[in-house]
Design a protein around this ligand. Sequence first.
Ligand SMILES: N[C@@H](CCC(=O)N[C@@H](CS)C(=O)NCC(=O)O)C(=O)O
Length: 219
Amino acid sequence: MTPTITAFEKSPDRGRGLARDMRVRWALEEVGLPYDVRLVSFQEMKQPAHLALHPFGQIPTYQEGELALFESGAILLHVAERHAGLLPEDADARARAIAWMFAALSTMEPPIVEFGMSRLFEREKPWFEQRQPMLEDRVRTRLGQLSARLGDADWLDGAFSAGDLLMVTVLRRLDGSGLVEEFPNLAAYVARGEARPAYRRAFDAQLAVFQTGQGNSRR
Ligand SMILES: N[C@@H](CCC(=O)N[C@@H](CS)C(=O)NCC(=O)O)C(=O)O
């Protein structure tokens, strides 16, 4: 059964691949699973029909037959557990890759989102300049720790996994801040992710939505 995901009808990132449907698209491309996309407006996301799918009125969602999922991490885990290519076969290596998925979403993403939100929405606040260095340092600390662990490896734990996929999408949220570039191995890591053919296909598909305003199917 072909899954259907939801994405922004008009992505605020103007097609830069920062919205969270990008990580789901990339995962589906990595495992070679065709998918349909249903575009939703900000208004639609807050209506009962969408809230039944996503209690917080957000994207992405994932529907496959009777199954409806929300939360990009849960969607990725579902896809990765059912299709080869995103999680190792070995049970211990698989558990470690899943740990990296959680690390991306619950250790790296929160300070990065906080930093990004502040730059987007709090510039006019009288305390913006004062608060910014603290937010930046929180991100820098996590980047430094991640950089130390990655060292000169290509991926976080052996072969490319769903953990790397999520981590790269999370680090991309820092685009334009110069922070990732302070850690050349992390900048190279992100570039390695972006160079994957599956990433390119996913990126082009979400960009096409922004450019044409049309939903798309990847079959
Ligand atoms: N933890 C959720 C976050 C979902 C999320 O923040 N989605 C954003 C787009 S990237 C959204 O729908 N924002 C619109 C809103 O919250 O109204 C996930 O990973 O799926």
